[in-house]
Design a protein around this ligand. Structure first.
Ligand SMILES: Nc1nc2c(c(=O)[nH]1)N[C@H]1C(S)=C(S)[C@@H](COP(=O)(O)OP(=O)(O)OC[C@H]3O[C@@H](n4cnc5c(=O)[nH]c(N)nc54)[C@H](O)[C@@H]3O)O[C@H]1N2
Ligand SMILES: Nc1nc2c(c(=O)[nH]1)N[C@H]1C(S)=C(S)[C@@H](COP(=O)(O)OP(=O)(O)OC[C@H]3O[C@@H](n4cnc5c(=O)[nH]c(N)nc54)[C@H](O)[C@@H]3O)O[C@H]1N2
Ligand SMILES: [Mo]
Length: 813
């Protein structure tokens, strides 16, 4: 038995390079149940991060009573993380939405039946679609947490039914930069690496990624290598002292917002010190001279000054990267949500290309996903891209889709790039979008500058539909609220970071009248009576497996080819990595093993952008580069972040996560062990800044930016001086509580985004702080585990107690 709140990572199972990662099966059952009490185990995988931890759901008396990791799965070899273990309890929360809600004449949300709720949505949709401006009035804002089948259905509704380009996911906040960087460097989206690269690598570089807290099982794999023979070296780039930073051999605590300067400096060192794989560069890349010209001025001294680290640290990091033989990199929000996101993420791709560290065991890149199904949002086109990683600017790709759906090519929006989420919100603000259909996301907590978002949602002219499990901060402001069924209550598939596809079976019935999102979307399509080119119904699917089969056809011949996968093949064993075809029936471990990239003009997903301005290149400009299967080395100069400290706001704010909470806490806030481990917002600051502002552990602190202010209790942590950190999990009100003290990090953040990926900058803002009240010696609610670990003080350690005891069984494979 292990208290996995006190110890999120559990026991080490060390292993050496090239050895199989030992199995360790983790499980948790509610109360004092044992496996003998379980009636059925139902196959699934985690939806509380992107790792794809495979698990079985324990069912007794028609209820979910626990979970157990799947030993046979390639992703986790049986392991589960704290959210996997305890998070499912939210499904049973008594405040689940069980009936649709509509706004009555007094402006209150009242329960109603499905016919009434759907009737209102369809009536408004029809008025808008048949009136002047038509499709232009529709906006769809979806998620990275639904299933593949749900996104594909939504994509077809938006693109072939309504014909609107205004569709995106919260994946724009999450992994838009991963997609943008892979498209820019390699031609299409699609993760080059495999999780098994951890088993083979001799160096791991973590670029703005607190993997210990956010892909906890992947970190277990890395830690097991670190504790075994011939461990990999480790580099961490993060302004905070996260568990990753504390473990790393070299930690670069850069000033947030300066990643690109660092990366340029490292690339310069790799080139000048002769660590390039010249043969690989000559045969498989394009753009070396341009890259060299851009990075040349980034000497270690100059980088040290911009990033506020030492030149010696830059040199040590370069040496670690330059002398490794099998380098694995992971990139996430410290890069994606920071200044110059796409350029910095492309810089990591450049590093691997220069060193030929791609497409072989241990040499891999994870341009990470965050949400469990973000990969599918991107593949199926629910983020506005075209399904199958097709290029909106390539008429042949449009023709393929038109044929597949039997619609006129002109119905499919392709006269301009798809509208990104930040622009969708702007159109809703300006009034051209009049119907905003939000599914499985809580923008009233997760988008930047919340005062503005609340104002937009509350506009009387904007008809807002929210499809969720709970009455969230967003649902509160909706005109119609639709109760969704969730994980464990519905069937579907999804794909994790390293392209592993998992099946998630239905274990139990949803509560009340809640319905699977797919059923809701299909019902909407039926009621809207969308037609194909011959007057037949556009959408005839009735269930997930039919949609999956249709999706396979759409994916055929594209990088994300699913044609060799079926529900039956996903049952029983391990997840399978795409592409999976007749030629590769067991899936594909790594992409680009032959050094041939997806950059052919007829095949690529984009004709590219100028990394600095975001300007789109044309097909002719792209063709003129004659990529011929070579990868692009893109480079750009560093520029300071759009917001830098000033007199009123002398500190840099950054935001992010703790291991115990998921996003806006709609699930983890309702799982008692997780909720108790991090029940309230806090602010991390360095002891030096604390002394300067007269703040002690536990004091109540006011934090203000040009947009808003929040209050939080202070934690003195290992964060770099000049920077404060606020977790973004805590919404306007707490689960079950009626108090409305502003405490969401996004009250403070700014409306600004990367020019290429359009991902918002959540990681850099200027703030001021002031002590509001004495903590009287009580510790802040921040966990003592993870990035919020205290420095200099012995505080009561975070623990879960008997209610958090989970099982863990190790065995040698
Ligand atoms: N426990 C938990 N796990 C999760 C989630 C969750 O909510 N909770 N969410 C999932 C999702 S959707 C996502 S996207 C991932 C996110 O996973 P991560 O990206 O690992 O999480 P974050 O905490 O957002 O950011 C990572 C780190 O970036 C650092 N950082 C901030 N600014 C900068 C900067 O300018 N440069 C650099 N180099 N680093 C910087 C922060 O200090 C932070 O430690 O996690 C997934 N897993
Ligand atoms: N300041 C700051 N802001 C950030 C970030 C940051 O690091 N800092 N990170 C950003 C990132 S990476 C992300 S991914 C976003 C996340 O932001 P959100 O997506 O807004 O956060 P969630 O709380 O996951 O919201 C998901 C919603 O979907 C509901 N839901 C869950 N499952 C289902 C389902 O099966 N069906 C339906 N219909 N509903 C469901 C949940 O109840 C919840 O309300 O936040 C972003 N915002
Ligand atoms: Mo995310």
């Amino acid at each position: 038995m292990v208290d996995r709140i006190a110890d999120p990572w559990g026991e080490r199972t060390p292993y050496g390079p090239g050895e199989p990662w030992p199995v360790r099966v983790d499980g948790f059952l509610e109360g004092d149940l044992t496996e003998a009490d379980v009636d059925r185990w139902v196959q699934s995988a985690s939806v509380l991060h992107s790792n794809g931890d495979a698990m079985d759901i324990a069912v007794a008396d028609g209820r979910i009573v626990g979970v157990r990791g799947r030993a046979v799965d390639r992703v986790n070899h049986g392991r589960l993380d704290p959210k996997d273990l305890y998070g499912w309890q939210a499904n049973h929360s008594p405040d689940r939405l069980t009936r649709p809600l509509v706004r009555d004449d007094d402006g209150r949300l009242v329960e109603t039946d499905w016919d009434t709720a759907m009737g209102r949505i369809v009536q408004r949709s029809r008025e808008l679609l048949d009136g002047p401006g038509g499709w232009g009035h529709f906006g769809f804002y979806t998620s990275g947490q639904l299933f593949l089948e749900e996104y594909y259905a939504l994509g077809v509704i938006g693109k072939a039914g309504i014909g609107t380009p205004h569709m995106d996911g919260n994946t724009r906040l999450c992994t838009a930069t991963a997609a943008a960087a892979m498209k820019a460097s390699f031609g299409t989206d699609g993760q080059p690496g495999s999780y098994t690269d951890v088993d083979h690598c001799d160096a791991i570089a973590l670029w703005g990624h607190n993997v210990a807290e956010t892909q906890t099982v992947l970190w277990m794999r890395m830690l097991d290598r670190r504790r075994g023979p011939n461990p990999p070296a480790m580099l961490a780039v993060d302004p905070r002292s996260t568990p990753v930073a504390r473990e790393a051999d070299v930690h670069l605590a850069v000033r947030n917002g300066t990643n690109l300067a660092l990366v340029n400096g490292l690339l310069r060192e790799i080139i000048t010190r002769g660590w390039c794989d010249e043969e690989y560069v000559a045969a498989h890349t394009i753009g070396f001279e341009g890259l060299q010209r851009v990075v040349d001025p980034y000497t270690p001294d100059r980088v040290a000054a911009i990033c506020d680290i030492t030149a010696a640290h830059v040199e040590r990091a370069a040496e670690l990267l330059g002398t490794s033989r099998r380098l694995l990199s992971t990139v996430l929000q410290g890069f994606y949500q920071s200044n110059q996101a796409t350029a910095a993420a492309c810089g990591v791709n450049n590093l691997h290309l220069l060193r030929g560290m791609l497409g072989r065991e241990g040499a891999g890149i994870y341009q990470m996903n965050g949400q469990p199904t973000a990969q599918n949002t991107r593949e199926t086109g629910a983020d506005g891209d075209l399904p199958g990683l097709r290029n909106w600017d390539n008429p042949e790709h449009i023709r393929e889709l038109a044929e597949l759906w039997n619609v006129d090519p002109f119905t499919i929006p392709h006269w301009a790039p798809p509208t990104h989420a930040m622009q969708i919100w702007r159109y809703a603000e300006q009034g051209s979008i009049k119907l905003l259909y939000i599914s499985a996301t809580n923008p009233a907590v997760s988008l930047p500058d919340l005062a503005r978002i609340r104002r937009i949602l509350a506009r009387p002219e904007l008809f807002v539909v929210v499809q969720d499990l709970f009455l969230t901060e967003t649902a509160e402001l909706a005109d119609v609220v639709l109760p969704g069924a969730t994980w464990g209550e519905k069937l579907g598939t999804f794909t994790s970071v390293d392209r592993t596809v998992h099946l998630s079976e239905k274990a139990v019935e949803p509560p009340g009248e809640a319905r699977a999102d797919l059923d809701i979307f299909l019902d909407y399509a039926r009621r809207m009576d969308f037609r194909d080119r011959d007057g037949g119904p556009l959408i005839t699917w009735s269930g997930p497996e039919e949609v999956f089969e249709a999706w396979k056809e759409c994916s055929a011949g594209r990088p994300c080819d699913y044609t060799g996968i079926s529900y039956d093949r996903l049952r029983g064993g391990s997840g399978i990595q795409w592409p999976c075809t007749a030629d590769a029936p067991d899936g594909t471990e790594r992409l680009y093993t032959d050094g041939v990239f997806n950059t052919d003009p007829d095949y690529c997903e984009t004709y590219g952008h100028d990394l600095v301005t975001g300007a789109e290149l044309t097909a002719d400009e792209y063709r003129a580069k004659q990529p011929a299967g070579r990868a692009f080395l893109h480079a750009a100069d560093y520029q300071p972040s759009p917001e830098v400290p000033d007199e009123d706001h002398p500190l840099l704010l950054t935001t992010g996560r703790t291991v115990y909470q998921f996003h806006t806490r709609t699930k983890t806030g309702r799982a008692p062990q997780l909720d108790a481990a991090a029940p309230e917002v806090w602010v991390e600051l360095s002891p030096a800044d604390a002394a300067r502002y007269g703040i002690a552990e536990g004091d109540l602190v006011g934090i203000s930016s040009a947009r808003g202010a929040v209050q939080a209790r202070a934690r003195l942590s290992g964060i770099r001086p000049g920077v404060v950190f606020v977790p973004f999990h805590y919404g306007y009100f707490d689960v079950g509580a009626a108090d409305r003290v502003p405490r969401a990090a996004n009250e403070l953040t700014l409306t600004s985004w990367d020019p290429v990926s359009k991902q918002p900058i959540f990681k850099v803002a200027a703030v001021g702080i002031a002590k509001l009240a004495d903590g009287d010696g009580a510790a802040s609610p921040a966990p003592t585990v993870g990035g919020s670990a205290p420095v200099g003080a012995a505080l009561p350690p975070t623990a879960g107690g008997p209610g958090a005891e989970a099982t863990s069984r190790t065995q040698k494979e």
